[in-house]
Design a protein. Structure first.
Length: 199
């Protein structure tokens, strides 16, 4: 049952940078799968796919690095699997590369980036940018307005609020969990009543 569950998990980082959170999540899921195989005395091959991993990255170079890093990590884990079990899935040809999209996470449709299937177990995680209202540029201010639809909110909230709000909306009709590395400013002062009632 746990093996079946592992291949139904989706990991989504909507501010993935060069893919660090996705890489660690992939490695840990593969290692957990290996532990299960050892307990079962199974000779099965890994069924965890890079296609279970999703990301959005604004910077085109970091986006390309994330794709490459996931491929390299898959190869590393295949080598680790081979050392443990004497066989593994082939790394080549490069058939899956994760689902890393280049673009603005405040403007893209997250459901198109990471579609929600009936049996999917989805976890959103990451380290989105946190910029106070005085540090935001015009595009970031516009992002806040597009996400929240309010000029008043636009003037006060930290930029990272967009990710919290979008993650909440993403899960509005489906169970899932999200966690972000964040500034504590969103839990203090006037940001509290601007952000948290909508979440």
């Amino acid at each position: 049952q746990l093996l079946y569950r592992l291949k139904s998990i989706k990991i989504f980082d909507p501010a993935c940078g060069s893919g660090n959170f996705l890489i660690i999540a992939y490695k840990e899921l593969r290692r957990l799968e290996m532990e299960i195989f050892k307990e079962m005395g199974s000779l099965a091959l890994s069924e965890i796919s890079l296609n279970q991993f999703y990301g959005i990255e604004l910077d085109d170079f970091a986006h390309e690095i994330a794709i490459l890093a996931l491929w390299l990590t898959k190869h590393q884990m295949n080598v680790e699997f081979f050392k443990e079990f004497g066989r593994t899935n082939p790394t080549l040809p490069l058939s899956d590369a994760g689902n890393i999209v280049q673009g603005n996470a405040c403007r893209l449709d997250w459901e198109k980036v990471c579609p929600k299937g009936k049996d999917d177990e989805i976890y959103i995680l990451g380290n989105p940018p946190y910029l106070g209202s005085k540090e935001q540029n015009a595009i970031q201010k516009e992002d806040l307005s597009l996400v929240f639809g309010s000029k008043e909110v636009n003037k006060k909230l930290d930029y990272i609020s967009c990710w919290f709000y979008r993650a909440t909306k993403y899960f509005s009709n489906k169970f899932g969990k999200y966690a972000f590395v964040s500034t504590n400013s969103i839990t203090m002062g006037e940001q509290v009543f601007l952000l948290w009632p909508s979440i």
